[in-house]
Design a protein around this ligand. Structure first.
Ligand code: SF4
Length: 683
């Protein structure tokens, strides 16, 4: 049989939050190749080793192709009818006996906006609870809380193209070269073209090595460093007095607070030498349109929201936010649609478009469109779901597209919580560690099979189009969520993903002008986009901030220690993060040729630390925290500071999250992945 001619499908990358536009070339029922799309507004014809080459997972023989139902110790293949009937019976039973708040769902930052919209609607309109959350809880919830408090909206303030307009780039707690490679390359290009580069990161990353100033702040010291920079900027007059007078509140209280953050005290708290701190403040404070880009090294801390607020202070002091010239405060989102999952209201306290569930008007609007009342009490956050499962308040959990048993912190606690639930549903594309613990597994679709939209890190709605059919009897996740609703006696409406986004536009004024038809016609759109003739807003807060009084809010915050610190028993600090070739739990990338590029996990450590322990490069090393032990291969590198070690969480056999701490951000419950006290031992 002659091969079918390739067809080309334009879509958006399903890995990181950069949102590269890709063209999937399909031939003979599989992907022939993926090429980056020159029309992509962020990637402009570029892509990284994940988006371009890591697609073989879609046709892996490991894909789930039929529902599974627990039968004793094993999961047995079942029909969709039986799986859905069991879900209806068991979750319906939990609601009948314990009420709707005994059920919770974890929605997916890998899934489309339309699927997330349906998932939160399922929980609110059919089950009758606000117990719905998504993985932004464990990565960028402090960004949403911090940016909302400072500026009034939960999104990054500026588009990617402002990188090329920045006179100084301040990159804090992020290694975009590996975690967001296309943005990493744009930052690098801009720095090589003359912009100043300040990097604040414990590790000597590629960008740190290129930087004009690298502040190797100890993990857990961000607030001290950001306060120190703010103090120097104020002392030296590297601020915008007109902006502060006209558009900001809180200067006097902040000035008073900063009296406690002399460069010398900051040095004690962070290890950053005063001259380097002063030079970083000068570069940021005196540049044209300085731009802040930050990552999970700012948010994933016990005081992550304070980190975001004190970082935002710098932009407010400098008057480098809410202007058409560029700059701003811009979080690099981790998963491809972590922004969108939150935008769509897959959050326990916020409806679509970030309207609080406590807001009667917002609830009334949803109730009018959905035809049912909306619960008014905030639901459980993800870490609270696990605690509630263990104390009997939560009986049934629906996990959609997240491998929480591998990626959430203190994974022994997570597994115990899953085991404590009466009933667990997992909707997945592979039999992950989480799926193995479920009672019913529903086979869903990969991003190459999805129809809908993602929102990338700079608030751009972009189209996702199906290039492949789902394998076997796996179904579109959109259809599965509707079928689960029907099994529970509900009807979510929204016959198509396009109809779901149209309905979302009716309940969320921020997205009122967005539709599939418009995206297909005009290309990507930034939110806010409040009407069909609104072109969208690449830069936020140009006329006024979205806070109640229209002014940016400076925040006076004290430095507080992380949840745990190294001591005699656990003398090293473990930092976790991502690597270039793999993604998150590695479920997809480990089933592609990327595995050959990195076949196993390593523990990165300074050669002097290794020598003190008698470890050679490549030797086995046991890493133990107060919660567990894992073994990895030592990789000796001067990227690491003395006393600090780094590993990723891409490999289940080196389960980094068995080690990580249960400490969480006091505002948002985001876990502190970036500071874990560990001991090391040669194996
Ligand atoms: Fe995909 Fe991110 Fe790589 Fe772009 S940079 S191709 S969005 S993984």
């Amino acid at each position: 049989v002659a091969p079918v001619s390739p067809i080309a499908v334009d879509t958006t990358c399903g890995y990181c939050g950069v949102g590269c536009a890709l063209t999937v070339h399909v031939a003979d029922g599989g992907v022939d190749q993926i090429t980056p799309d020159r029309r992509g507004p962020v990637n402009r014809g570029h892509a990284c080793v994940k988006g371009r080459f890591a697609y073989g997972f879609a046709t892996s023989p490991d894909r789930l192709t039929t529902p599974l139902i627990r039968d004793g110790d094993r999961l047995a293949p079942a029909s969709w009818e039986d799986a859905l009937a069991l879900i209806g019976e068991r979750i319906g039973g939990v609601i009948g006996r314990h009420g709707p708040d005994a059920v919770a769902a974890i929605s997916s930052a890998r899934a489309t906006n339309e699927e997330n919209y349906l998932m939160q609607k399922l929980m609110r309109a059919v089950v009758g609870t606000n117990n719905v959350d998504n993985c932004s809880r464990i990565c960028h919830a402090p960004s949403a809380a911090g940016l909302t408090a400072a500026f009034g909206l939960a999104g990054g303030t500026n588009p990617a193209e402002d990188i090329e307009r920045a006179g100084c780039l301040l990159v804090a707690g992020a290694n975009p070269t590996e975690a967001h490679p296309v943005i990493g390359a744009r930052i690098r290009q801009r720095a090589l073209s003359g912009a100043k580069l300040v990097v604040i990161d414990p590790r000597r990353t590629e960008l740190a090595a290129l930087a004009d100033v690298h502040l190797a702040a100890r993990p857990g010291s961000n607030v001290a460093v950001f306060n120190g920079l703010a103090r120097i900027m104020l002392e030296q007059g590297w601020t915008d007095p007109g902006f502060l007078a006209d558009r900001a509140d809180g200067l006097d209280i902040l000035r008073e607070q900063l009296r406690r953050f002399s460069p010398e005290r900051v040095a004690q708290l962070s290890g950053v030498a005063p001259p380097a701190l002063r030079e970083a403040a000068r570069l940021y404070g005196t540049a044209q349109t300085p731009m802040i880009i930050y990552g999970l090294g700012v948010t994933e801390h016990a005081h992550g929201t304070d980190g975001v607020r004190t970082l935002a202070n710098l932009a407010i002091l400098r008057g480098a936010v809410g202007t058409q010239h560029g700059g701003g405060v811009n979080p690099l989102r981790g998963q491809n649609n972590v922004q969108g999952a939150s935008d769509m209201g897959a959050l326990p306290d916020l409806l679509p478009g970030y309207r609080p569930v406590a807001d009667a008007q917002a609830r009334a609007r949803c109730a009018q469109v959905w035809g049912c009342p909306v619960p008014d009490r905030a639901g459980l956050r993800i870490p609270e779901m696990f605690d509630a499962a263990l104390d009997g308040r939560l009986r049934a959990l629906y996990v959609f597209g997240e491998n929480i048993a591998q990626t959430d912190p203190d994974s022994g606690h997570v597994r115990a919580a899953l085991a404590a639930c009466e009933f667990v549903v997992c909707q997945e594309i592979f039999l992950t560690d989480t799926a193995r613990l479920a009672d019913v597994v529903l086979p869903g679709a990969s991003f190459l099979e999805k129809d809908g939209t993602f929102v990338n890190f700079d608030r751009r709605f972009q189209r996702v189009r199906p290039a492949l059919p789902t394998p076997g009897s796996a179904r579109a996740d959109f259809a599965i969520i509707q079928a689960v609703a029907a099994a529970l006696g509900g009807d979510l409406g929204c016959a198509t993903p396009a109809a779901a986004l149209d309905e979302c536009a009716r309940v969320a004024p921020l997205f009122a002008g967005v539709s599939h038809a418009r995206l297909d016609r005009e290309g990507p759109l930034h939110w806010p986009c409040r009407s069909t003739d609104d072109p969208g807003q690449p830069r936020l807060h140009l006329r006024s901030f979205a806070t109640p009084n229209g002014r940016a809010q400076l925040a006076a915050r004290e430095w507080l220690p992380p949840g745990e610190q190294p001591d005699e028993a656990y003398p090293y600090v473990l930092i976790t993060g991502r690597r270039l070739t793999h993604y998150n739990a590695g479920t997809m990338t480990r089933r592609t040729p990327n595995l050959a590029l990195q076949p196993h996990e390593t523990l990165d450590m300074h050669p002097a630390d290794a020598a003190a322990l008698g470890l050679r490069d490549g030797a086995a090393v046991e890493i133990t925290s107060r919660r567990g032990s894992v073994t990895a291969t030592a990789r000796l590198t001067s990227e690491m500071a003395l006393g600090q070690v780094f590993m990723a969480f891409h490999f289940p056999d080196v389960a980094a999250n068995l080690l990580t701490s249960a400490a969480v951000d006091e505002v948002t419950s985001c876990p502190e992945y970036k500071v874990t006290a560990v001991q090391l031992r040669p194996r």
